[in-house]
Design a protein around this ligand. Sequence first.
Ligand code: DX5
Ligand code: ZN
Length: 214
Amino acid sequence: MIKLAPSMLSADFAKLAESIAEVEKAGADYLHIDVMDGHFVPNMSFGAPVIKKIRPHSNMVFDTHLMISEPHKYIKDFAECGSDIITFHIECESNTKETLDLIKSYGKKAGLSLNPKTPLEDILPYKDDIDLLLIMSVQAGFGGQSYMSEVNEKIKRAREIFGPDFDISVDGGVYLKNLAEPVSSGANVIVAGTAVFGAENPAEATKSFKSFSL
Ligand code: DX5
Ligand code: ZN
């Protein structure tokens, strides 16, 4: 069964706790939390204070996706606000190994993400240092973009390299109608924003994702 990680970016920020509780009750596994700085990506979202406020309202795994330029400067903040997994981009300006170690020094799981054009080879030197691989199926920065099917090959290769039990997450443009693409390629953690929080009934959407099988 896949793990579903609804992306908070598409949630109703006026009733965040309620919206999150709704998908959690329906069976969502991780809450995917998109942090954008207007520099690494041309868009801004929210930061650690918001995560801290929602933490007491949810038992889901908080899967924080940092789309920021210098993540090493903010790992402490994102650890202490209640993230369980902290993922940053291989393309950013940080020492990758040091930043991964910093995340783990706070007792958190560490993830690496790569944009569609970044080759899988770039993350392989850190294969044994990460707990999660986040493969972007859109260019990071905005919700609501279209799934790039060319990443399916990258997902397949990652699954071969990382083996059957590793968390390989896919992020961007995933809907029920194309869910078979990342899942059959080997992704087991599915991030979905528009398709879950943007749905008319997010709880029903969550259940449909969770009951999906190939
Ligand atoms: C994109 C973000 C995604 C995004 C997913 O930069 O990392 O997590 O919110 O949203 P959808 O599912 O709408 O593409
Ligand atoms: Zn994301």
